[in-house]
Design a protein around this ligand. Structure first.
Ligand code: MN
Length: 491
């Protein structure tokens, strides 16, 4: 390849507060238009904003968790522009003194090849959201100000992402971190997580590096569209460069919108520069000073982050990076569920298997959250312990779990009613093994003549034994006694 892809992300996150950034009305999603407003968020003259302390604390929590430097003194600025969804004609934001600079996001290794590494952050600042315009039929548009004034965290990454798939992984990991921190629900469909992507190419030609103009892509409504739009834009910029050559290098930064249906980016407006916004300090709000004591309280409120939890699952529990990631990326409820089962059984790999295969499958099929899953970690751990103690075999355990999920009954009553018990009597199993072997002379012949793979034939015979015992036999004993019987016949 003769070019390098340069990607930086600008992410807006709605913070989960009960009231708005600078006023008292609520922040619920989906209410009838303009029912969640107040004089401040309507921009009425003579009103004054008051900072939401909770929002500032959630912002601090996020920045501290991401390893950012917190400014001891931060102020608010007005970003001036006219738009119908912005009744004050300015947005209260942070310009030259954001509350947080630096920090980084650890990106887990992706399934398949690649991934991993760290994405540096440029800055994080707090601001207020705008309202929402709906462009209706008949040539008019409607304004809904329910969203105006909701606390918004803007997170800007360094332009050091080199691959559209990494950009997606970065955004997915950020969502996971924000959910672990419980600072946002990060629902992309509801607009509480929004991403703009800046992308250009550094093309190598005759020992020179030519940069294509930076394009900011808007309207990215899903993780999939982030990756797709960036891939499209890389191809488009490269093709454009082949056509125009060097002349395009001086063109200004532009904004393009992603069309999810046509899967192309389309030109929007020329990007405003900071000077167009006429930023100046917000005179209606006092600056915020953050001292060590406040930071210490925030630090103490941060639980275990996804990257730390993955490492703990790998090192303390011996899980593979893949298994650790599957459990962690479902959210902290699932990871906590696993932690509880692992602790109560001491069987980490087994606990991980049962949760991934039985619990998560059911949760997905029935569209449940793990909190609503009918079998808690304690009864699941007890069931795994029964298998571990040899009272049940794995298949019986799975069957019982399925019945527990289905009926909500306790495992004790299901075991009693179903006569579940693992048969571990050597003599009894040896007799059944002899019976199964005698009943299948063709299998023994296949084995002797080497017509089929020995493992396939033995597997068939083990299956016959399990069938004859009603699925109750101890599988390890069945295997052992079958080998003995075959050896006896062979000699
Ligand atoms: Mn912004």
């Amino acid at each position: 390849m003769d070019y390098q892809i340069i990607i930086g992300l600008e992410i807006h996150v709605q913070l989960e507060t009960e009231s708005k950034m600078f006023s008292w009305s609520g922040t619920d999603f989906g209410l009838p238009p303009n029912t969640q407003t107040d004089p401040v968020s309507l921009g009425l003259p003579g009103t004054l904003p008051v900072m939401n302390r909770r929002a500032f604390e959630l912002a601090l929590k996020t920045a501290v968790a991401l390893g950012a430097r917190i400014a001891p003194f931060t102020k608010w600025d007005r970003k001036n522009y006219y738009y119908p969804d912005l009744p004050k004609n300015y947005q209260i934001s942070q310009y030259d003194m954001p509350f947080s600079k630096g920090g980084a996001l650890e990106i887990p290794v992706r399934k398949g090849a690649g991934g991993g590494g760290v994405c540096g952050l440029t800055r994080i600042h707090l601001e207020e959201d705008t309202g929402k315009l709906t462009h209706g039929e008949g040539g008019f548009s409607e304004v809904d100000l329910n969203r105006a004034g909701i606390p918004l965290l803007e997170i800007v990454t360094e332009p050091e992402i080199r691959d559209p798939a990494d950009a997606r992984a970065c955004l997915e990991e950020l969502r996971l971190v924000l959910r672990y921190l419980e600072v946002s629900d990060c629902e992309m469909q509801e607009g509480s997580l929004r991403c703009d992507a800046n992308v250009n190419l550094h093309i190598q030609k005759d020992g020179e590096t030519i940069a294509t103009p930076i394009v900011e892509i808007k309207n990215l409504n899903s993780f999939r569209s982030v990756e797709k739009a960036l891939n499209h834009e890389v191809e488009r910029q490269y093709a454009q460069w082949l056509e125009d050559g060097k002349t395009i290098a001086d063109a200004p930064k532009t904004t393009r919108g992603w069309d999810d249906v046509l899967e192309v980016t389309k030109p929007q407006r020329e990007k405003e520069t900071a000077a167009d916004y006429r930023y100046f300090p917000e005179p209606d709000l006092v600056p915020v000073e953050v001292d060590e004591a406040w930071l210490a309280r925030v630090r103490a409120s941060i639980g275990e982050l996804p990257s730390v939890r993955r490492r703990r699952f790998e090192t303390d529990y011996g899980l593979s990076p893949y298994d650790a990631n599957v459990l962690v990326e479902q959210g902290q409820d699932v990871a906590g569920y696993f932690d509880a089962v692992a602790a109560a059984t001491g069987e980490y790999k087994l606990a991980s298997n049962w949760i991934q295969q039985d619990v998560l499958r059911t949760v997905k099929e029935k569209k449940l959250s793990i909190a609503d899953f009918p079998v808690g970690p304690a009864p699941l751990a007890e069931l795994i312990n029964r298998v571990k103690r040899g009272e049940l075999n794995t298949n019986q355990g799975r069957e019982i779990l399925a019945k527990m999920i289905e009926t909500g009954d306790s495992q004790e009553s299901i075991i009693a009613a179903g006569g579940y018990r693992m048969e571990s009597d050597r003599d009894a199993i040896a007799a059944v093994v002899a019976q199964a072997v005698a009943a299948n002379p063709q299998a023994i012949e296949e084995l002797a003549k080497g017509k089929k793979k020995p493992e396939a034939v033995k597997g068939f015979l083990r299956g016959q034994v399990m069938k004859l015992t009603g699925g109750k036999a101890n599988p390890a004993l069945v295997g052992e006694l079958l080998e003995a019987e075959l050896e006896r016949l062979g000699s």
